[in-house]
Design a protein around this ligand. Structure first.
Ligand SMILES: Nc1ncnc2c1ncn2[C@@H]1O[C@H](COP(=O)(O)OP(=O)(O)OP(=O)(O)O)[C@@H](O)[C@H]1O
Ligand SMILES: [Mg+2]
Length: 262
């Protein structure tokens, strides 16, 4: 099983859209079994799949992180025969406060996503565990980065994103010391458009040499925000759109040899 954290401490760069479309293409085009984990108190991923999810009633990732559920099956929501979701609630913000206040009755299990990963492997329950991280180093984001074999860093090209990414790469370097499983952290350029500023930014990034960057970029198209309103992944909503074709090509790149042998 591959555990992939989708992380950038900058907001609005396409983390959740990437998680949705990666999961959709892996399950429907490549026949993989995917468990998605929503690690963000904004709950965008959860609301996308389960618009009426009741955070006051239903168990979610924060229930597990606070030790109030004993196993992942208690919170797992099956969405299709190949896709399941560990939902989030805004209780993840309380988890952050508990992690900070250090009181003994407020313990937060930072190994939570490591344990879920190991249980999924033991149960042979999934081929991919994909973690949609929030914009920032919250308790759940750190837990996701500790559990990940790979980190995908969606990035839109502008000066602010470059600076945010430098901070993220520093954090990842220190995480590598506690997560020996972390094999690859690579940038996925999102919301790409034909403009000098974007192509120059891309060239600058690719010539840097220190950052691993996927060859495939994801183009910007209005079909993507439309698809999130419709509640459908882009390949279902608009199969011929630039972003649908780009996400499918990127997933083949991510699968590498595995896709070649299908
Ligand atoms: N390829 C694209 N083309 C056009 N719009 C896009 C594309 N990818 C993402 N968007 C839009 O950008 C916005 C942010 O996307 P998304 O919510 O996935 O980012 P995020 O990094 O998860 O944000 P946050 O940090 O708040 O969790 C959304 O409105 C989404 O529809
Ligand atoms: Mg998001």
């Amino acid at each position: 099983m591959r555990t992939i954290a989708i992380m950038n401490n900058k907001g609005g760069v396409g983390k959740t859209v990437t998680a949705i479309n990666l999961a959709d293409i892996l399950t429907r085009e490549h026949g993989k079994r995917v468990v998605l984990g929503d690690c963000d108190g904004q709950c965008n991923l959860t609301q996308f799949y389960v618009p009426d999810f009741d955070t006051s009633e239903d168990a979610s990732l924060d229930t597990l992180m606070c030790g109030l559920a004993s196993c992942y099956e208690e919170v797992l929501l099956p969405l299709t025969d190949k896709l399941s979701l560990i939902p989030a609630s805004d209780g993840l913000y309380d988890v952050d406060i508990s992690a900070l206040d250090g009181k003994e009755d407020h313990t937060v299990d930072m190994r939570c996503l490591i344990d879920i990963r190991d249980n999924l492997i033991e149960d042979e329950a999934a081929d991919f565990f994909i973690l949609d991280c929030p914009p920032g180093f919250t308790a759940s984001a750190v837990s996701a980065l500790l559990a990940a074999d790979e980190v995908v860093i969606p990035l839109t090209i502008d000066g602010f994103s470059f600076r945010g990414m430098a901070a993220l790469l520093r954090q990842l370097a220190s995480m590598r010391k506690s997560n020996w499983r972390l094999k690859r952290a690579a940038v996925l350029i999102t919301q790409y458009r034909n403009a000098d500023v974007v192509s120059q930014g891309e060239q600058l990034l690719r010539s840097n040499g220190k950052i691993d960057i996927y060859k495939q970029v994801i183009r910007r198209t209005d079909k993507v925000p439309e698809s999130t309103i419709d509640g459908s992944p882009i390949w279902q909503y608009s199969p011929g759109s630039a972003a649908a074709r780009d996400y499918r090509a990127w997933v083949r790149e991510l699968l590498g040899e595995e896709a070649a042998h299908e």
